[in-house]
Design a protein around this ligand. Structure first.
Ligand SMILES: Cc1cc2nc3c(=O)[nH]c(=O)nc-3n(C[C@H](O)[C@H](O)[C@H](O)COP(=O)(O)O)c2cc1C
Length: 326
């Protein structure tokens, strides 16, 4: 029988073909991108970011009209509109609710009927989310673009897999089929990908954003925001280098730092301002070298993952059969 990733617990549980989520990306993953990913067989996710409830509701309705495939909404628990958005996603009965930046415990009852999948950066939060009734957790390593925790994907995923019985989805640094295969080897049942979907044709970021990701090399991202307790990974540019140096300048107050960061993501997404924008992206940017449709991205990644895992020795040139002398 042919082995494959399809029909695993994430696919059957959520009604999707490929166990891949397009990570919620504030200001970026709107209904257009989510629809394309869901139509291609993955799970498209609309990011609520810091948007108010009516904006989020409009995006959800757009997606409902365009596709019968399941999709998700990512709610940022740090949003000033969190209560309102929590209510909207309950009323709209979205299939999957992904939570970022915190503990969604207090909303679990309100969201009964949806599958809740929190992003976790530690085993402690993963265990807490299992107890609270989460369908699965997304273990996100600090290679990822956007807000990050301390641990790497390689270290975090197997540790989370060992402490929960619910499915684990790996995120952070997954950009091709080798990354998917590695995630499954670590015990994950699916993957969440953000940075590679920045290059999807259906992703409506400013063309300069895509250009910056395409040009980035392996060491071209930086984590800023540690001083304020909210580290963020973005591409190196004038903005992120300035911010980084000001974090270590004791004459700059926390309020000044906060003001410096405010509006910087929109500046990248909408204006494509290469100097002053915050171009959030992950360490895997250096691997990415082309723009494609969401469908092509997903199919290419899974074709390669199947080759790596299921075709004998195809992509393991360093694994050889050796007869050791007795
Ligand atoms: C530009 C950008 C914005 C992001 N915004 C959010 C967000 O609003 N909420 C969230 O939970 N995660 C956010 N993330 C994280 C992604 O959902 C995803 O977990 C991550 O990108 C996976 O790692 P990768 O970037 O290496 O693919 C963001 C990531 C990027 C690149």
């Amino acid at each position: 029988m042919r082995k494959s990733f399809y029909n695993n617990i994430i696919c059957t549980g959520l009604g999707i073909k490929y166990p891949i989520f397009q990570g919620g990306m504030a200001w970026i993953s709107d209904a257009t991108l989510a629809i394309a990913v869901s139509e291609a067989g993955g799970l498209g996710i609309i990011a609520a970011g810091h948007a108010p409830g009516d904006v989020v509701r409009a995006e959800i309705r757009k997606a409902k009209e365009a596709t019968i495939a399941p999709f998700g909404v990512n709610i940022m628990l740090m949003s000033p509109h969190v209560e309102e958005v929590a209510q909207v996603i309950a009323e709209e009965k979205v299939d999957v609710i992904i939570t970022g930046a915190g503990n969604p415990g207090k909303y679990m009852k309100l969201w009964q009927g949806s599958k809740v999948i929190p992003v976790v950066a530690s085993t402690a939060l993963a265990k807490m989310m299992q107890r609270a009734g989460a369908f699965a957790v997304i273990a996100e390593g600090c290679e990822a673009g956007g807000h990050i925790g301390e641990l790497t994907t390689m270290a975090l995923v197997p540790q989370v897999c060992d402490v929960v019985d619910i499915p684990v989805i790996a995120a952070g640094g997954i950009g091709d089929g080798r990354g998917i295969a590695a995630a499954f080897m670590l015990g994950a049942s699916g993957v969440q990908v953000g940075t590679r979907f920045l290059l999807a044709d259906e992703c409506t970021v400013h063309p300069h954003y895509k250009e910056m990701v395409l040009k980035a090399n392996d060491i071209d991202t930086i984590a800023t925001g540690k001083r304020l307790g909210h580290p963020v990974r973005a591409l190196k540019n004038k903005f992120s280098r300035d911010y980084f140096s000001k974090e270590y300048d004791s004459s700059i107050s926390n309020e000044e730092l906060e003001a410096l960061g405010s509006g910087s993501l929109q500046c990248a997404v909408k204006d494509g301002d290469k100097m002053n924008g915050c171009f959030m992206a992950g360490q895997i940017s250096g691997l990415l070298n082309k723009e494609q449709s969401a469908k092509e991205i997903i199919e290419e990644m899974f074709t390669q993952a199947e080759e790596v895992l299921f075709t004998q020795q195809a992509n393991f040139p360093e694994i050889k059969t050796v007869n050791f002398p007795k």
